[in-house]
Design a binder for this molecule. Structure first.
Ligand code: CU
Length: 267
C-alpha cells in the first residue's frame, strides 16, 4: 500500500462551489471549486498504464503526494434513499493540477440539465488509489454535497429540511462506507496471502516480498521521503509491482493523457 499518512496528515476537502444545497442554472458552464488540505496535489500517473500500480508516498512534511477527482452523480431527488449506480455518473474529472491557494478547480463545460445531483471528491495518491491514513476511525477524507440544477433557478423537490436530511444521510453513508472498507481490509488481512498455496510457492512469495521490501526501502532512502511522523506504517509493494516507477520520482512518472480514464468524462 505504501507509506500511510499519520493522523496529523490526514487529507480532507470541502466544496467551496457549488455549496451544499445550492441551486444553479441549467445548461450553463459552472466551475467546481474544492478546498483541500494535507494532500500535496499535482502528483498523478497515467491511469491507463499505472492505475493502482505503485504504493502511496508522502512528502517530507508527511502529506500524501497525490491528486483529487470530482464526480457528479444524478439523483432522482435530493432525498433519494436508493443507492446510486457508480457507472452512471454525469461528470468526472481528475484534478491533476496543483491547488491554487489550497483550492482545486474544474469547469463543467455546458453545465448540466435540470435535476438533483450529488457532487463528491475522490482524494487519492498519485496512482489513483484512495488516500490511506494511519487509523481506521477517522472523519471523512472526502466531501460530498447535494445541489439542484434548475431551468428557473428554483430548488427542485426537497425542502430545506429535506436537503439537510440528505446531507446527514450522506454523512452516515460515508461513515458506513469507511467502516465497510475497514472490515474488508481486515478480512483480507486475516485470510493471509499464502495459506492456500503450496509450501514452495509460499516460500517464493516470501522471498519476493522481502525483495520488494528491500527495493522499496531503497527508494524511500533515495527520495528522502521518510519522516518521523510516518514510520509507523510503512508497507511494501507486492513483488510484481517492484519494477513500476513510483510517482514521487518525476523522471519516471508518466503524464496523464487525453485518453486516460482519469480525465474528463461524461456519460
Ligand atoms: Cu486519478
Amino acid at each position: 500500500m505504501g507509506i500511510i499518512a499519520a493522523t496529523t496528515n490526514m487529507p480532507s476537502s470541502k466544496f467551496v462551489s457549488p455549496k451544499n444545497g445550492d441551486t444553479i442554472p441549467a445548461n450553463t458552464n459552472f466551475t467546481i471549486q474544492m478546498a483541500i488540505q494535507h494532500l500535496e496535489t499535482g502528483h498523478f500517473t497515467n491511469a491507463n498504464e499505472n492505475y493502482f500500480a505503485a504504493p502511496q508516498v508522502v512528502n517530507s512534511a508527511g502529506d500524501i503526494q497525490g491528486h483529487s477527482h470530482v464526480v457528479i452523480d444524478p439523483l432522482t431527488s435530493l432525498d433519494q434513499t436508493t443507492p446510486t449506480d457508480p457507472t452512471k455518473f454525469v461528470f468526472f474529472k481528475g484534478l491533476n493540477d496543483v491547488a491554487q491557494n489550497g483550492v482545486l478547480s474544474a469547469v463543467v463545460d455546458g453545465g448540466l440539465p435540470a435535476g438533483a445531483y450529488r457532487l463528491a471528491s475522490i482524494n487519492t495518491a498519485a496512482n489513483h488509489q484512495p488516500a490511506l491514513v494511519a487509523i481506521a476511525q477517522h472523519g471523512a477524507l472526502d466531501d460530498m454535497i447535494y445541489f439542484t440544477v434548475s431551468d428557473n433557478g428554483a430548488a427542485a423537490g426537497a425542502s430545506g429540511a429535506g436537503a439537510a436530511g440528505a446531507a446527514s444521510s450522506a454523512a452516515s453513508a460515508s461513515t458506513a462506507a469507511s467502516s465497510a472498507a475497514a472490515t474488508a481490509a481486515a478480512g483480507r488481512g486475516s485470510r493471509g496471502g499464502v495459506s492456500a498455496a503450496s509450501a514452495r510457492s509460499a516460500h517464493r512469495a516470501v522471498l519476493a516480498g522481502l525483495r520488494a521490501a528491500r527495493i522499496f526501502r531503497e527508494r524511500e532512502r533515495r527520495l528522502h521521503i521518510v519522516s518521523t511522523t510516518n514510520h509507523a506504517s510503512v508497507l511494501t509493494a507486492p513483488a510484481k509491482h517492484s519494477q513500476i516507477p513510483i510517482a514521487a520520482d518525476p523522471s519516471t512518472s508518466s503524464p496523464s493523457t487525453a485518453s486516460s480514464p482519469c480525465t474528463t468524462r461524461s456519460s
